[in-house]
Write a protein that binds this ligand. Structure first.
Ligand SMILES: Nc1ncnc2c1ncn2[C@@H]1O[C@H](COP(=O)(O)OP(=O)(O)OP(=O)(O)O)[C@@H](O)[C@H]1O
Ligand SMILES: Nc1ccn([C@@H]2O[C@H](COP(=O)(O)O)[C@@H](O)[C@H]2O)c(=O)n1
Length: 226
């Protein structure tokens, strides 16, 4: 098991995955994207023709859900069975239904078990784990716990700047409505006790990675001294 767990939560588009990956690469750590599991399950459910709002049917699909993810920050690959779904799980049709899947408590318990086993089996000295409930539920005892945030307009602008077939207004509304739905289930907008907030509203990407690395260095030094 990794000696150092870095837990990072935050709203959609706050930079969790890109910043966590960059930080993990700089530290030689593994990297776990937890949103990928919820997205992969949403993809799987759609692929089977199951209605994502039908919790019972979603739960019945869990037995057949054969999920795996690579934790190499330079090559995160997501598989469902023999199918590489790395790109497919980012499509708007998946983003549009993933919150309905993630709100089901039994689904959360199921994927949290997968996350903890993955963390336990991580081969490197540390692992950066990002999502919505990592600092509070998945790894509340993590050596460093960070809430990565940025103003909504800034997050919307960053998302819109990505290559996309959607208009800025559609991208912005998707981001807002996903946050609205997700925040009814877990609180990723306020930092829990002991969680350090990094607000990247006025930071560029490299500055944000540096800020996160500073917090990790400080928190891991502090926790290793009891
Ligand atoms: N500080 C920053 N300055 C400029 N761009 C940034 C910054 N942080 C992240 N970005 C960019 O913002 C976009 C969204 O980041 P990313 O996909 O990592 O967010 P996320 O929190 O993982 O989103 P989601 O929860 O929706 O998957 C990316 O294009 C990323 O490169
Ligand atoms: N710890 C988590 C991580 C994710 N979710 C749900 O998955 C969706 C996709 O997550 P991304 O990080 O890839 O955007 C997200 O909208 C949540 O519904 C979660 O509940 N808990």
């Amino acid at each position: 098991m990794a000696d150092i767990i870095v837990a990072i939560d935050g709203p959609a588009g706050s930079g969790k995955s890109s910043v966590s990956k960059a930080a993990a690469r700089r530290l030689g750590f593994d990297y776990l994207d937890t949103g990928a599991a919820y997205r992969a399950l949403a993809w799987f459910v759609l692929d089977r023709g199951v209605a994502p709002e039908d919790s019972e049917a979603v739960l019945s699909s869990l037995d057949a859900f054969d999920y795996s993810i690579s934790i190499d920050p330079s090559e995160p690959v997501v598989m469902v069975g023999e199918t590489d779904v790395t790109d497919a799980i980012r499509e708007p049709r998946v983003s549009g239904v993933v919150s309905a899947i993630a709100r089901v408590p039994e689904v959360r318990t199921f994927v949290t078990g997968i996350f903890r086993s993955t963390i336990d089996a991580a081969p490197h000295a540390g692992i950066v784990v990002e999502g919505r409930d990592i600092t509070t539920v998945v790894a509340p005892d993590a050596e460093a716990r960070i809430l990565l945030t940025a103003d909504e307009e800034v997050r919307m602008a960053r998302r819109s700047a990505e290559l996309t077939t959607e208009s800025a207004a559609v991208v912005g509304e998707q981001l807002r409505s996903r946050d609205r739905a997700d925040s009814r289930v877990v609180d990723f907008l306020t930092a829990a006790d002991g969680v350090v907030t990094v607000d990247s509203t006025h930071l560029d990407f490299d500055q944000t990675v540096d800020a996160v690395l500073e917090v990790i260095a400080r928190e891991t030094t502090r926790t290793s001294h009891g």
